[in-house]
Write a protein that binds this ligand. Structure first.
Ligand code: ADP
Ligand code: MG
Length: 565
């Protein structure tokens, strides 16, 4: 089959042959005639590298009217890089179409420049969701006349947390009568979007689909709430080459943990809503160039982070909304690389893990939190490997060798090694000397003697059989949360144990202040500085009104919706 035979104009055919395209790819062959034939909605599923850009780009150019000087087609894609790529490719396709203009709209670049380009009269806009919404809000872009909307790499956009933005865009294109969605995978959320916003879409599938997240190993570690931080530290220490992204629910947690880990000598910074754009760019820049080995972020702040090569995503806590898990884990295992997503959970949250398994359609592996010894051994071998792999050919070491030889004349090789190791390891050895076991063990399991001699294990991993999980499923408060009822919400309050509260007295205090009954409350999570309160959604406002802004021991109390933080 040739490009002419697909029904493309001569100008476009000529452009493709200038590009050296000899024949259409499979997705182009299947999609282009359908789109030119007036089919409104299309779902195109194909792996990366199959030529999807031309599959939508060529028909868009043919269907768009160059004589009309306003946006008629909108392509939405997840990242700035992709945005520029698509625009470059469309520029090449429209080589013989004078008067046709395409503009790229993405974050992190001058908005003024983009607004000026938009004003020049463009027909096709290629945008990332965040900046596009920014422009909609500034009324700098007019989507009134948009007829075609293309969602490219839709699964990636959802992974990055752009679901609401995409829906907002779809809702704000009143004249849209064709929606083309391209994706490499077909997770349930995409099915939902297509059901809601598309009308009996024509489906084109090419080759075998990448199954969702198959490159990600989902792991979880069970500990007590008060050991979360220690567990996090141990997981980081057990993975010396880690390039990781850590998620917390609140910005207070994000900042606190970043501060603590920094004090403990880790290269980490926090990304949260309190940073201005400049600070955000600085942190992101440092993470991107690996000056920072670790980045800790809240879900909202992490939206749109597109960093390649992240080896581990760590959930310091599971997200309140389990759908958010896929956004978090999707930050690793990208572009064909493998990744690990670790979750630190409380034994009450195991039911939540089961619910997430159904969403990501992959089993989770329950692993043991490494012991202090495990960590030291791992660090030791990592360091020794690094030592052996060092490139020592470029320095002027020869000059100093005679002196060195003299100085070390009476020191054996073993001793040199020991000294080098102690230089690097004293910190770890001392720290982990008396490290406690952080695992919360289910009694039933250890009674069955599933765990052999801990000292003998060469690999602390333990795979959980998928079939046998019913015994760990429980009905409890966490069960209610993910049943999707959503009748409870979480409140944040800046009171904690340092204010002299313990759980019972705190409970008494908030109930007395708000004149509410104990029944409206769910779990209460007390930290030193802050607490989180699960509460019946209908009672939440009454509590906030009664408590927020009041004083306690001379300090103003702040209480608000934990999710909006
Ligand atoms: P996808 O979006 O499916 O990942 P792209 O549209 O980015 O794929 O295309 C991948 C590469 O293949 C690009 O360099 C593109 O120029 C090239 N390409 C696309 N269509 C053809 C074709 N028909 N013949 C040859 N090369 C093509
Ligand atoms: Mg593509």
């Amino acid at each position: 089959m040739t490009f002419e035979e697909l029904g493309l104009d001569e100008k476009l055919v000529k452009a493709t042959s200038d590009l050296g395209f000899q024949n259409p790819t499979t997705i182009q062959e299947k999609a282009i005639p359908v789109l030119l034939g007036g089919t409104k909605d299309l779902v195109g599923l194909a792996q990366t590298g199959t030529g999807k850009t031309a599959a939508f780009g060529l028909p868009l150019l043919q269907l768009t009217d160059a004589a009309k000087k306003y946006p008629q087609a909108l392509v939405v894609c997840p990242t700035r890089e992709l945005c520029m790529q698509i625009v470059n490719e469309i520029e090449l396709f429209k080589k013989y179409m004078p008067g046709m203009h395409v503009v790229a709209v993405y974050g992190g670049a001058s908005v003024g420049q983009q607004i000026r380009e938009l004003k020049r009269g463009v027909q096709i806009v290629v945008a990332t969701p965040g900046r596009l919404i920014d422009l909609i809000e500034r009324k700098a872009i007019n989507l009134e006349q948009i007829e075609y909307v293309v969602l490219d790499e839709a699964d990636e956009m959802l992974n990055m947390g752009f679901q609401d933005d995409i829906e907002h865009i779809l809702q704000n294109t009143p004249k849209r009568n064709a929606t083309w969605l391209f994706s490499a995978t077909m997770p349930p959320e995409i099915k939902r979007v297509s059901k809601k916003y598309m009308n009996q879409p024509f489906e084109v599938t090419v080759g075998k689909l990448n199954t969702a997240n198959k490159n990600i190993d989902h792991q979880y570690f069970v500990t007590n709430s008060q050991h979360r931080y220690e567990t996090l530290k141990r997981l980081i220490d057990f993975n010396p080459g880690i390039y990781g992204l850590i998620f917390t629910r609140t910005k207070v947690d994000a900042q606190e943990i970043a501060d603590k880990l920094t004090r403990d000598g880790y290269d980490i910074d926090a990304l949260h809503g309190d940073l201005n754009q400049q600070q955000r760019d600085k942190v992101m820049g440092e993470f991107r160039d690996k000056t920072l080995q670790l980045l800790i972020a809240t879900d909202v702040a992490a939206r749109g982070i597109d960093v390649s090569g992240i080896t581990h995503v760590i959930n310091f806590e599971l997200p309140d909304d389990i759908e958010v898990y896929t956004h978090r884990s999707g930050r690793t295992g990208r572009a064909g690389l493998t990744g690990i997503c670790m979750s630190i959970v409380h034994s009450r949250e195991i039911g939540k893990i089961r619910a997430i398994e159904r969403i990501v359609q992959a089993p989770f592996n329950k692993l043991e939190i490494p012991t202090g010894k495990d960590v030291c051994r791992k660090q030791f071998f990592f360091f020794m490997d690094k030592l052996l792999q060092l490139d020592i050919n470029h320095g002027d070491y020869e000059t100093y060798l005679p002196m060195l030889a003299e100085k070390f004349a009476d020191v054996s090789k073993e001793e040199v090694l020991k000294r080098v190791a102690s230089l690097e390891f004293d910190r770890f050895l001392k720290y982990y000397e008396n490290a406690e076991d952080l695992n919360v063990r289910e009694r039933a399991r250890s009674e069955r003697g599933e765990r052999g001699d801990r000292g003998e294990r060469s690999d602390f991993r333990e795979r959980q059989p998928i079939g046998g999980r019913d015994q760990s499923r429980r009905r409890d408060t966490s069960g209610r949360e993910f049943a999707g009822g959503g009748d409870q919400m979480r409140l944040f309050v800046n009171l904690g144990t340092k204010d002299g509260f313990y759980k019972a007295s705190f409970l008494q205090f908030i109930l007395d202040m708000s004149d509410l009954k104990k029944e409206v409350l769910g779990r209460i999570d007390m930290k030193e500085m802050n607490s989180w309160i699960e509460i019946d959604r209908r009672a939440a406002q009454q509590m906030i009104t009664a408590i927020d802004g009041k004083k306690y021991k001379g300090r103003r109390i702040r209480m608000n919706d934990a999710n909006s933080r």
